[in-house]
Design a protein around this ligand. Structure first.
Ligand SMILES: Nc1ncnc2c1ncn2[C@@H]1O[C@H](COP(=O)(O)OP(=O)(O)O)[C@@H](O)[C@H]1O
Ligand SMILES: [Mg+2]
Length: 263
């Protein structure tokens, strides 16, 4: 069975999509078979992998509303070996109101993931969540074994974290008892900025050994890559951002070897 991981933080711009794409690509390069589900109506993960909106014919929105359709008609291969994608577009923003009356709605994504697992053998399914704690994020939490939280190393990094943890705990109690926090990624770290090391200490105090040792630096190559439709790992194989995400992927795989997370 694949390990399903949601990349989650209700704040926008903290590095969720960047981390989903690059962790996914780094894991794929290390021989893992990866499916990335874009669950954000902004569709940034799809764009960042070079899939233009006009070519996203069947998106996660349609799949969520038609779970009986064949998963393979929604899964497309990216330009990266071992990395497949289910795309999103702005249609997804209407889903919440459309399914408001359906009392099974929190389980829609979980059902889809089960279908995908019946037919294919992904090692990991990574879900790029939207910047909110709305239905889409709840669906992702219900469908996941674990969550990874990116934190931008800036002054307000931990603001909102208690609300995020409360949401995870609530889902764990009511909808998905095995849900767990797998790790916390510190993103956009600038070692010349004293504040970053303060935020790092604070995050490590709060989340203890859940915080990955591999910290993602602020790196202009990371921010350039999406406009070329490729992960930074493909865009510049030697930059500091690439090396950080490759190390992060190794750390994630080691967690399974060390039994630090439920498989
Ligand atoms: N380590 C980094 N260094 C420089 N820019 C980054 C880094 N991580 C993300 N960015 C940029 O910051 C912006 C927000 O990142 P993104 O991953 O889209 O956040 P989110 O998905 O949480 O909204 C994007 O323009 C992205 O290219
Ligand atoms: Mg995003």
């Amino acid at each position: 069975m694949s390990k399903v991981i949601s990349i989650i933080n209700q704040k926008g711009g903290v590095g969720k999509t960047t981390s989903t794409i690059n962790l996914g690509c780094a894991l794929a390069n290390q021989g893992q078979k990866i499916l990335l589900i874009d669950l954000d109506p902004q569709g940034n993960a799809s764009t960042g992998l070079g899939i233009e909106p006009s070519t996203r014919l069947r998106t996660i929105y349609e799949f969520l509303l038609n779970p009986d359709l064949d998963p393979s008609s929604f899964i497309i291969s990216s330009n990266i070996e071992n990395l497949d994608v289910i795309t999103a577009n702005v249609d997804l923003s209407g889903l919440e109101t459309e399914v408001a009356e359906n009392n099974k709605r929190a389980f829609f994504l979980k059902d889809i993931v089960a279908k995908i697992n019946e037919k294919s053998e992904y090692n990991h399914i990574l879900i790029d969540c939207p910047p909110s704690l709305s239905l889409l994020t709840i669906m992702a939490l219900v469908a996941s074994n674990n969550v990874i939280i990116p934190l931008q190393t800036e002054f307000f990094a931990l603001e909102g974290v208690s609300q995020l943890i409360k949401t995870i705990e609530r889902v764990k109690q009511n909808l998905n008892t095995s849900l767990d926090i797998q790790g916390v990624i510190l993103t956009m770290y600038d070692k010349r900025n004293k504040l970053c090391s303060q935020v790092e200490s604070e995050a490590r105090r709060y989340f203890e050994d859940k915080v990955y040792k591999s910290v993602i630096p602020r790196n202009v190559r990371i921010s350039e890559a999406p406009s070329h439709g490729v992960p930074v790992i493909e865009y510049d194989k030697n930059c500091t951002g690439t090396i950080a995400y490759e190390n992060l992927a190794k750390e994630v795989l080691e967690q399974y070897n060390n039994n630090n997370v439920a498989a």
